[in-house]
Design a protein around this ligand. Sequence first.
Ligand SMILES: Cc1cc2nc3c(=O)[nH]c(=O)nc-3n(C[C@H](O)[C@H](O)[C@H](O)COP(=O)(O)OP(=O)(O)OC[C@H]3O[C@@H](n4cnc5c(N)ncnc54)[C@H](O)[C@@H]3O)c2cc1C
Length: 527
Amino acid sequence: MRDRAPWDAIVIGAGPNGLVAANLLVDAGWSVLVLEAQATPGGAVRSDREVHSDFVHDTMSSFYPLAAVSPVVQGLGLDRFGLAWRHAPAVLGHLEPVSGEWALVHRDRDVTATLLEQLQPSDGEAWLALCELWNQVGEQLVGALLSPFPPVRAGAGLLRRVAAPGGLDVVRSLLLPALDLVNDRFTGPAPRLLVAGSASHADIPLDAPGSGLMGLVLTMMGQQVGWPVPEGGAGRLTDALVQRAESGGATVRYSAEVREVVVVDGRAVGVRLADGEPIRARAVLADVIASRLYGALVPADRLPRRTRRRIQHFRLDPSTVKVDWALCGPVPWARQPPHAPGTVHIADSVTEMSQTAVQIQAGVVPSHPFLLFGQMTTTDPTRSSPGTESAWAYTHVPQETVGDAGPEGILGSWDHADLERMADRMQARVERLAPGFSSRIVARRILGPHELEARNANLVGGAVNGGTAQLHQQLFLRPIPGTGRAETPIRGLYLASSSAHPGGGVHGAAGSNAARAALVGRRLRRT
Ligand SMILES: Cc1cc2nc3c(=O)[nH]c(=O)nc-3n(C[C@H](O)[C@H](O)[C@H](O)COP(=O)(O)OP(=O)(O)OC[C@H]3O[C@@H](n4cnc5c(N)ncnc54)[C@H](O)[C@@H]3O)c2cc1C
């Protein structure tokens, strides 16, 4: 390796987790080099004007409730680096096709409850009861999820709450599958759609434990802090993270793909770039999907046999097709909602959502895909000129396709023809709820699994969460059994990506956990 004083740390990847790690390390006085394979930073947090020059589109992720509740992200003071948050009039909506009614989450829980009560007597009250349950455990739960595993302090707080009278009922509610949670608590379809749709953001089947918790966390965070977006585009969050890190002394290099983590005597001592350049460091933090880190970047003969064996069983989450639209007018919903939502879930029923998830697991492309739909100009008027809409929708498709439940014969190769057919299928779903939608399209872009992975090597096969969120790959089983912490079998190498606990989403926890582990590692080494 080149004879230059080693960096205190190299961070591989300028995604949100990598950038959070870099920030925390420069705050601790370390010299930090961030190496990013792409020409620009951000990973899955970026925005562009590719669809149409007058429209800003978030290339991948858009809404950041997890960042809003994350003590790590909040602690960085990113407002000093130009970050401002924007909220839609309503957090989340679901237009129920049979009744033509909107189910809405408004940031004011009383408004949400009143709207739900109007649709179905007793559902407003039941919603407030769910908010009350969240009041009891929400803060500790989020604290525990975003802490390194095991979550000692937040976990103790959670246990105290659970030991209080009624605590076991709370535990039961948290463990229920989403289908049971919504059927137990609500009578009408509206709140059931809102919670089950939020549970469907992850790939946990709606009849499996863990899905109810996901639905609860996302809807209740919507109630508590909303689902905010960075003013000007998702890339503004990345810009703020980069500027903060650089102002603290970090160096960020672009078009610098790391091909190898160099390991000597069981310790990471640096990296080698794709062009062969070696760079030394005392610690390496990898914002890299676990299957690539252990399957390619660390030479196989440097890994313990059990790690090589266990990574064979690492499971990706499903693949993704995303469509962005530049619209010359607002979305012409068949009925206008009383408060315009930033995110809209599109599915005919909870049963349909559940069936769709089963199809994806079985390798079948859904005929009626569940859509997450974003109205970005509604949420942040700076995204396009007044009266227009920067919109997107994404849906999940199988990693390995065995068939198509729809009539168009999508093969699952996700070439141009497959993508056009899938985008038309998605668009038809929007058109049904918003007649005239297609006539407002000025431009459209389709990003399938190949395009997503080309823009971010972590999105293997279009997987968005660094590995499945199902229970068998969570907590101490993430990314492989016996891990769950940022430390890896290689000394001085830390896993900082969403493949580590607590998984996908823009909360910075995996980056923070890795940075803290590296700081502790250095201290221990010195003593
Ligand atoms: C379409 C889509 C929509 C989403 N929507 C949301 C949402 O609305 N809200 C939300 O909270 N989350 C959302 N997510 C998930 C969220 O964006 C991710 O969980 C999050 O970005 C993970 O952050 P990360 O830093 O771990 O990895 P990433 O954001 O994937 O960044 C990894 C970075 O590492 C770089 N890299 C990888 N390998 C190398 C290498 N060998 N050398 C150098 N650089 C390398 C990549 O180029 C990339 O820049 C979405 C994701 C996608 C794809």
